[in-house]
Design a protein around this ligand. Sequence first.
Ligand code: FES
Length: 339
Amino acid sequence: MYKVALNFADGKTLFCTAPPNGILLDAALKSGIKIPLDCREGVCATCQGRCESGSYTQDYVDEEALSEQDLAERKVLSCQTRVLSDSSFYFDFDSTLCGGEGTALITSTVKEVIQVSDSTAILKVATNDDEPVLNYLPGQYARLKVPGTGHSRSYSFAGAPGGRVLEFLVRLLPSGVMTDYVRDRCKAGDIIEMEAPLGAFYLRHIDRPVVMMAGGTGLSAFLGMLDQLAERGGSGFPVHLFYGVRTEQDLCELSRIEAYKEKIEGFAFTPVLSDANEKWDGLKGFIPAHLSKYETLEMPYDIYMCGPPPMVESIKNWHTEKHLTSVRMYFEKFTESNN
Ligand code: FES
């Protein structure tokens, strides 16, 4: 057996053993270390870490999950990593995420569904009174079983934890498993089962300015984080939310976002439209094209990104090209099929 050390962002180290060629994730789970996971197929990158020492190989790694650059930096997907020696791995989240109650199967009831922009609906569900209130970190997500289909789709929580009502932003596509349900069949009282909480995207302790980049319904994760920050009155550091969508009609929850300016000291908001009409006097194009204007942001800062993979990659690349190595980056990528 090989000895494996797992180091976490909160400075804690946990240990497990792995048989030669054993899968890192399985070895950790066997020792009760619940590394956040989702697909188990090398696609979602939820279980990612970085090898600090030792040898390993990886089975399947989807190019959307880890780039060439990531692989060169010895980043790994725990569910695909085979341990070949004594080794140590670093995970960029707190060890507390790997213990506790873990992921649960939850039954919820639809309260309402509201279309809030041309391309977005808010789905509100309530968990059953006889189940404990779901504990999650804003930024994490749930995998919802779409009623009447054999399919599931993942959505970030669009609110702070603590209550029985859970909200999710659903992107409305011309057609899709969840879109068709939400648009044509969803009604109050429907039962939706879900698996939650999932993911390792959450707001870390704030000790420097924070930049949030939302692409489309990636806004959901930030609504949860900002609700929580608003409850605390802010963090003492500026928080700047960029929100990129296609047209003005795709923007949603603007009054809620405006209200954060009253509740969170140092909160700024910048919407960016990729297909704006001539009346729009805000920023146009894609978020990365405008970042150089904000280089004056007090450095160093933490950046949180939630949106389609090309948005996340271009923002990461922009920072690499500018050698902004002191910026700490956290991200959740999702693909349109998630809706
Ligand atoms: S759980 Fe999805 S890549 Fe490992």
